[in-house]
Write a protein that binds this ligand. Structure first.
Ligand code: ATP
Ligand code: MG
Length: 608
């Protein structure tokens, strides 16, 4: 935060205002006081001089108005005597001037020569003409002292002006006094100002300290620290403010921690969701994306944030942002490659304010690959089943048509045709039975009727059955396990498995071929293998032979009477026994089918 400049701080402002106020009021008081004092002192001084002048005036009037004889001393001499009596320290000179402006006498020794001369003094003239006392303060050019010059008219008994009494008094002491008092006043002002400044600083601090405390607190709060508290210095308005501020801090901390915990909750929900979630701002730019969504789209956060949602989802050519806002149904996003199918489903919802203003979009991505796969498999299955049923049915219909049209009369053709329809019916029954078996296994409606059997013996019995009934010239080679292998199996089910594998081997073996049977033990499993040197299966399709209805060579396989369900059923059954089944094959060279069954190694002789 910006630092407050020295002269802008409340602290300094406060002290300045305080000092200025004191200064102004002191100045006004001082000015008024000094002026009053000045006036009073001068007035007093003037009055004391005037009082004495009144006394002199009386004697002087006596002397001027007195009837003189020739033997009497001259008026000048008499006046000189009178003036001598009245001289004192503060009176510099007293002059007596008659109404013709002639100086009759002076108390000053140096100015005796002026006696009998005309007075040029302006005040003296004024006092005679105006018949009023004249006073003026002048500065003596020689001593630079202040001098009070007073000119007072002298009246006779008839109130006629007969002259003027002029006094020059030394008023310097009064000025000195005033100066001294002013000095004392100035000193007092300076001291009180200094005290004011110090007190002002302290008082200002009581205001500014809580304020700067709160400022620091606000700064700390902005950086997420709510532990600080403002110190409450008192119960005044500042104290109340501090208390309110601390309360605010608590409230803020509480709401911040609630927001934070909500945010964490939301973040953890988003992170632990298997569905992908993307949110955008009101322009459709990605503002938030969870890990699942990143994984689904195979992107990183940097690549996604702030980019348009439509381009992230790869649908910018089909939909604009406005269209996405209006979107009601979810959108399928097909990211499938040739090797792998990968289909996502995007459900879009709009976040709006109460006013209807669109704040952004929330897009939820769901991996729909499995669902789509299941849907596809189901469609394929239905089409397969209908196809498998239609073929024998069309065959039967054409034969039955022929019979109905008269072929039944032909004793040679009729039994043949009937045998064909019989075969096709058999085939359909087999197909429907196989489908029933699979459906029962899918719905886990079956139970395994397990019993302990010695596997070599059991396997051999199945092989022997084939050996006796085989129609082809095929050599059987047994490579069974040297000692007894006791396993817990459902013999009916495992017979079906072996039947199918062996019949396949025979079916796809050439005349004069060889079918080998082997049993080995590896760890907790016995491994059974049945291999032939027949036509084999193309490499890319080896694993698909366990799929329902899969046949490597449809035409041939059907000609051989297969439905393509045998190995699918075998796989279900082996899986139900907690075993595994797989194939190895080389086209033109032969095929080996392997399967395993769980096996517990027993102590020798326990089963004897
Ligand atoms: P079904 O067994 O229902 O009568 P099927 O034998 O055609 O019919 P599966 O046993 O499931 O069906 O076999 C699936 C496909 O795998 C066969 O159609 C065949 O193409 C191929 N196949 C299975 N075993 C062999 C084998 N030993 N040699 C060559 N191809 C095989
Ligand atoms: Mg088969």
């Amino acid at each position: 935060m910006q630092k407050v400049g020295f002269f802008r701080s409340i602290h300094v402002k406060f002290v300045l205002i305080y000092v200025l106020l004191i200064l102004v009021s002191m100045q006004i008081i001082g000015l008024y006081f000094a002026r009053e004092l000045d006036q009073r002192l001068k007035e007093n001084f003037t009055n004391s001089i005037v009082d004495r002048m009144n006394l002199v005036e009386f004697s002087v009037r006596e002397e001027i108005t007195k009837k003189r004889k020739d033997s009497d001393p001259t008026i000048e001499q008499n006046l000189e005597n009178v003036l001598e009596e009245f001289t004192s320290d503060d009176i510099i000179e007293i002059r007596v001037i008659n109404n013709k402006y002639r100086i009759l006498a002076t108390s000053s020794y140096e100015n005796q020569t002026r006696v009998g001369q005309h007075s040029t003094n302006e005040n003296v003239r004024k006092s005679i003409t105006s018949e009023q006392i004249q006073d003026v303060i002048e500065i003596d050019p020689q001593s630079h002292n202040h001098v009070l010059a007073l000119a007072k008219p002298i009246f006779d008994g008839n109130h006629e002006v007969i002259g003027s009494l002029y006094v020059e008094a030394n008023i310097e002491t009064v000025f000195k006094q005033i100066e001294e008092i002013n000095g004392i006043l100035a000193k007092g002002a300076a001291v009180s100002l200094a005290i004011t400044i110090i007190v002002g600083i302290f008082i200002a601090r009581t205001f500014t300290r809580p304020i700067s405390d709160m400022r620091r607190q606000a700064q700390a709060m902005a950086s997420g620290n709510f532990m600080r508290k403002v110190k409450v210095y008192g119960t005044d308005e500042m104290g109340q403010l501090a208390i309110a501020f601390n309360h605010l801090t608590n409230q803020l901390q509480e709401s911040q921690s609630t927001t934070e915990s909500e945010r964490r909750k939301l973040a953890s929900v988003l992170e632990n969701m298997t569905d992908g979630v993307i949110s955008t701002d009101r322009r459709g730019r990605v503002s938030l994306i969870n890990d699942s969504a990143l994984q689904m789209l195979d992107m990183t956060t940097d690549l996604v944030i702030n980019r348009p949602i439509a381009s992230i989802l790869g649908i910018e050519s089909e939909y604009s942002f406005e269209e996405l806002i209006q979107m009601k149904e979810s959108i399928p996003l097909d990211f499938s490659t040739e090797e792998q199918s990968y289909i996502l489903r995007a459900t879009i919802s709009v976040t709006q304010r109460e006013t209807g203003f669109v704040n952004g979009l929330i897009v939820v991505l769901h991996d729909n690959t499995e669902q789509e796969k299941i849907d596809m498999e189901r469609r394929e299955f239905v089409s397969n089943v209908s196809h498998e049923l239609r073929t024998p049915l069309t065959t039967m219909r054409s034969y039955l048509d022929a019979l109905a049209e008269g072929a039944w009369r032909n004793e040679e053709i009729a039994p043949n045709f009937l045998r064909v329809t019989q075969n096709e019916t058999e085939r359909m029954i087999r197909l429907v039975n196989d489908l029933l078996k699979l459906s029962r296994m899918d719905s886990r409606e079956y139970e395994l009727n397990e019993e302990w059997v010695e596997f070599n013996r059991f396997f051999n019995a199945v092989i022997e059955r084939f050996e006796f009934s085989k129609s082809k010239n095929v050599q059987f080679t047994r490579n069974l396990y040297s000692s007894s292998l006791f396993v817990e199996i459902d013999t009916d089910k495992l017979t079906q498995v072996l039947d199918n594998i062996i019949s396949n081997a025979l079916k796809y073996s050439p005349d004069g071929g060889e079918v080998r049977f082997g049993v080995t033990v590896s760890g907790d499993y016995i491994k059974v293998m049945i291999s032939d040197d027949g036509m084999g299966i193309p490499k890319s399709n080896v694993n698909r032979i366990f799929d329902r209805f899969y046949r490597a060579d449809r035409a041939r396989s059907r000609a051989l009477g297969g439905t393509g369900l045998g190995l699918a059923i075998a796989k279900e059954m082996i899986t139900a026994h907690k075993g595994d089944i797989w194939a190895q094959s080389e086209e033109g060279k032969g095929t080996t089918i392997f399967f395993t069954l769980p096996f517990e190694q027993q102590e020798d002789g326990e089963w004897d």
